[in-house]
Design a protein around this ligand. Structure first.
Ligand code: ADP
Ligand code: MG
Length: 246
């Protein structure tokens, strides 16, 4: 049996006194790819936020253990340092800090090592090439004036540079044109090959999953996991929708 990388047990989460997640259990093994699907408002992003330790999301009971350590009450920066990265559904714009410096700081925070700007730039440019990004974007303020697709690429760029043990991707493929989805998929594949990291992918579409082999699919409805299956469950949902699980 493979050792669990992430073990979520009986997780109950509320946001501003509304109970959103009810008794969630998920176990992700090292290097596994899991998919979360579910209707809008089901609590998918809430799950990601709770794992990342966002203080607005209160964990009322249950536990989250990552790589052998209990991170249930851990702060976001500590969780990131332990090796979890989350790509947000709506990436923030940060005026005054360049994409390059933002990612450099994040990498240095996570590794605890300072890098020379020139060495870092070489690595960043190589990763930007994987994503067909113009390297001049490194000088631009993070996400300011970026298109939807460029913001999502900037998220995947962080993934490639941070090389986390677990990446949570929250609808990274939504709102993207066909070419951008392909580029984002290529970035995710690159991450899988380079790091053998695990993935928790929140998505509505199958396009991003085409090049990945899905180990488990979880259907989340009204804050509960109503069904868990293998990769074929994604196709079943795309054909028949959520109706029978509502
Ligand atoms: P999904 O990602 O599955 O569409 P969410 O996790 O975003 O669903 O939301 C689940 C429920 O929690 C919704 O009813 C939403 O309004 C509520 N919720 C999520 N985040 C917040 C927040 N920061 N403040 C208030 N309500 C929230
Ligand atoms: Mg969401």
């Amino acid at each position: 049996m493979s050792e669990a990388l992430l073990r979520i047990q009986d997780l109950n989460v509320s946001v501003e006194d509304n109970h959103i997640l009810h008794g969630l259990n998920i176990e992700i093994g090292k290097g596994e790819t899991h998919v979360i699907m579910g209707p809008n408002g089901a609590g998918k992003s809430t799950l990601g936020q709770a794992i990342m330790g966002n203080p607005r999301y209160s964990i009322d009971s249950g536990s989250i253990v990552f790589d052998g350590a209990d991170i249930t009450a851990e702060a976001t920066d500590k969780i990131a340092k332990k090796g979890i990265f989350m790509s947000f559904q709506n990436p923030l714009e940060v005026p005054g800090i360049s994409l390059r410096n933002f990612i450099k700081n994040a990498v240095e925070e996570c590794t605890g090592e300072r890098m020379r700007l020139w060495d870092f730039k070489k690595k960043l440019d190589a990763a930007m090439n994987v994503l067909s990004m113009d390297t001049e974007y490194g000088d631009r303020d993070l996400n300011v004036g970026f298109s939807g697709g460029e913001k999502k690429k900037a998220e995947i760029l962080q993934l490639l540079m941070l090389k986390p043990k677990l990446a949570i991707l929250d609808e990274t493929d939504s709102g993207l044109d066909v070419d951008a989805v392909r580029t984002v998929s290529k970035g995710i594949e690159h991450y899988r090959k380079e790091t053998d990291g695990a993935l928790l992918i929140i998505t509505h579409s199958t396009r991003i999953l085409e090049s990945l082999s899905v180990d488990r699919t979880h259907i989340l409805v009204d804050g509960k996991i109503v069904k868990t299956g293998d990769g074929s469950l994604v196709d079943e949902i795309n054909e028949n929708g959520y109706e029978k699980y509502l």
